[in-house]
Design a protein around this ligand. Structure first.
Ligand SMILES: Cc1cc2nc3c(=O)[nH]c(=O)nc-3n(C[C@H](O)[C@H](O)[C@H](O)COP(=O)(O)OP(=O)(O)OC[C@H]3O[C@@H](n4cnc5c(N)ncnc54)[C@H](O)[C@@H]3O)c2cc1C
Length: 535
């Protein structure tokens, strides 16, 4: 029988996105590291907005003259993070945050302190520091500070984040083996993970490798913005893998780090764990097929928070829409409209069963139209234009607009009356919206803007999965249901439970990838090497 070809290393990292790159960088100081990726690397990280959640007095916060402390950051994040990680781990994350950003900068990732003046879903190319969560809404709990550090680069800057990390990994001496899919884990008699079974296009025909690379690149953006087209374009990529993939065994003397993203692209897994989220737009790549989570589970790892999905519903830009009133089909208020888009999405999914409308008056629509001329990226402009035109119905009375949209008129009237009364009495809003955003919606004609979570090209509801393999918070080692670690196996990023597994705010996933990737890489590299005779 011909032997399966093999590669040996101290640490093997599965997945070359932010988490995998950070794991590789930490492990490479003194260790032989191999990184595997099914495609060319980059994953969701390279497509992302490149916002990293950081605070506690980062260099860029100081340059922007923004006061912040680890305590204030901890106070706010505690309200978002819930029980996803222990208070001790959250505190360590907050206290280490300025250093984490400095570490990224040392590896070539650029940031900037230009502060965004408005509350927005994503800052324009002029601004790189902004309120990326619900800090202002939670100001009674913790002093707010802008902590969304967008990587410096035009457009969605995740591509810069990935490119700089990839360059640093190449300089570190780690070997990156592309077009190689991890299919199974190798364990020894004691149950320790000692390697990875793969299918690789390495050594396959050059045309097949080029085709795989080019077709995957072509399908990456459609996969996010027009999923049906993306799936069609991706079919030949999967075929090439099946047809020309060859077995490869990669042996790990010290440990394997699973950093293969989440499972938003795995429809059976989504149906099983998050059946209510069918109207959302899967935010990720074909690599988010849950294979990292599956590999860890097969080795005995337990999972958690698989039902937690972040679905985004941004109302701003234009910021004027934040003064509106978000209601469900029964006309009842859903939440403070100035909260972060994922919190609004959660309120729509839980309180509105996926359906929601924003009630605004003539003055708000007029101001929102004027604000469209301000700084915004193309997709934000397009979305705002859609909300103010196609998604909006209007009528001279509250009852009339309710009837046009199919919202309960009595419920809507009661909600609008209560809101307007709060605005007239100084902005003490029952839903807790900051007073400066509570403006009476009392000038006819009135409008209801459809913000429901359903498939729409112009106003998609992007979603990503937050749960994954349970890990020991001190080391990143994958844990069994009883808490015992699976020897030799680590997980990071969206393959693992992390800081954002309960609730996502912009930047917290990438920040968690850096935090958990570094932790896993460091501990895998420090593990005692084993003899690599495997079963
Ligand atoms: C459009 C968009 C915008 C976003 N904006 C932000 C933002 O601004 N801030 C933020 O915090 N988050 C953002 N997110 C979410 C964030 O990008 C992801 O949660 C994060 O990048 C996940 O990183 P990761 O390292 O866990 O996985 P990925 O970056 O997806 O990397 C996983 C890698 O593993 C590879 N892989 C998968 N399976 C296998 C296998 N079996 N064998 C080998 N390789 C495999 C994949 O090819 C991929 O390259 C955004 C996401 C998208 C799509």
């Amino acid at each position: 029988m011909p032997q399966t070809p093999g590669i040996e290393a101290d640490v093997v990292v599965v997945g070359f996105g932010a988490a995998g790159a950070c794991a590789a960088l930490e492990a490479a100081g003194g260790c032989d590291v191999v990184v595997l990726d099914r495609f060319g690397g980059g994953g969701a990280t390279a497509l992302s907005g490149g916002v990293v959640y950081a605070g506690g007095g980062t260099r860029w916060q100081r340059e922007a003259g923004v006061p912040d402390s680890a305590e204030a950051m901890f106070g706010y994040l505690r309200t978002e993070v819930g029980d996803a990680v222990s208070p001790g781990t959250l505190r360590a994350f907050c206290e280490g945050s300025p250093e984490m950003l400095a570490w990224l900068e040392r590896h070539g990732v650029p940031f900037h302190g230009s502060l965004c003046p408005d509350k927005t879903s994503y800052p324009s190319n002029r601004h790189y520091l902004y309120y990326s969560g619900s800090e202002l809404s939670a100001r009674n709990t913790a002093p707010p500070a802008p902590r969304g550090h967008r990587v410096h680069g035009r457009g969605t800057s995740g591509k810069v984040l990935y490119a700089r990390l990839a360059r640093a990994v190449a300089a570190s001496g780690a070997r990156v083996v592309r077009q190689t899919t991890a299919c199974g884990l190798v364990t020894d008699e004691a149950g320790r993970v000692t390697g990875v079974e793969c299918r690789t296009l390495r050594g396959g025909p050059a045309w097949a490798r080029t085709g795989h690379q080019v077709l995957h690149q072509w399908s990456a953006k459609p996969w996010v913005y027009a999923p049906k087209l993306g799936r069609v374009l991706h079919r030949p990529v999967a075929w090439l893998e099946r047809r020309y993939g060859r077995p490869l065994r990669v042996t790990a003397r010290r440990g394997v780090v699973l950093a293969a993203g989440g499972f938003v692209a795995n429809r059976p897994m989504m149906r099983e764990h998050a059946p209510g989220y069918r109207g959302g737009l899967p935010l990720g790549t074909p690599g988010d097929d849950g294979s990292g989570i599956r590999l860890g589970s097969e080795a005995g790892g337990a999972t958690a928070f698989l039902d937690r999905v972040s679905v985004w519903r941004f109302l701003s830009p234009p910021p004027a829409l934040l003064t509106g009133v978000l209601v469900g089909a029964d006309g009842r208020r859903l939440c403070d409209e100035s909260r972060y888009g994922a919190a609004i999405g959660e309120a729509i999914m839980t309180g509105g069963k996926g359906r929601a409308w924003l009630f605004v008056d003539r003055a708000t629509v007029a101001l929102a139209r004027r604000q469209l001329r301000g700084p915004a990226l193309w997709f934000q402009r397009f979305q705002a234009w859609y909300l103010l035109t196609t998604a909006r119905v209007s009528a001279p009375t509250v009852a009339g607009v309710a009837a046009r949209a199919g919202v309960d008129p009595a419920g809507l009237a009661a909600t609008v009356d209560a809101y307007n009364a709060a605005a007239i009495q100084g902005g003490n809003d029952p839903a807790g919206k900051p007073a400066e955003l509570v403006r009476a919606q009392d000038r006819p004609p009135f409008s209801l803007i459809d913000c429901s979570v359903r498939p729409r090209l112009a106003y998609p509801a992007p979603m990503l999965t937050l749960g994954g393999l349970m890990v020991a918070e001190g080391t990143g080692q994958v844990c069994r249901a009883d808490g015992a670690p699976v020897p030799g196996l680590y997980a990071a990023g969206r393959t693992a439970v992390g800081l954002c597994s309960h609730s996502y705010v912009s930047g917290l996933s990438l920040a968690d990838c850096v935090f958990s990737g570094r932790r896993a890489g460091r501990h895998a590299a420090a593990a005692r090497p084993v003899s690599t005779v495997s079963t």
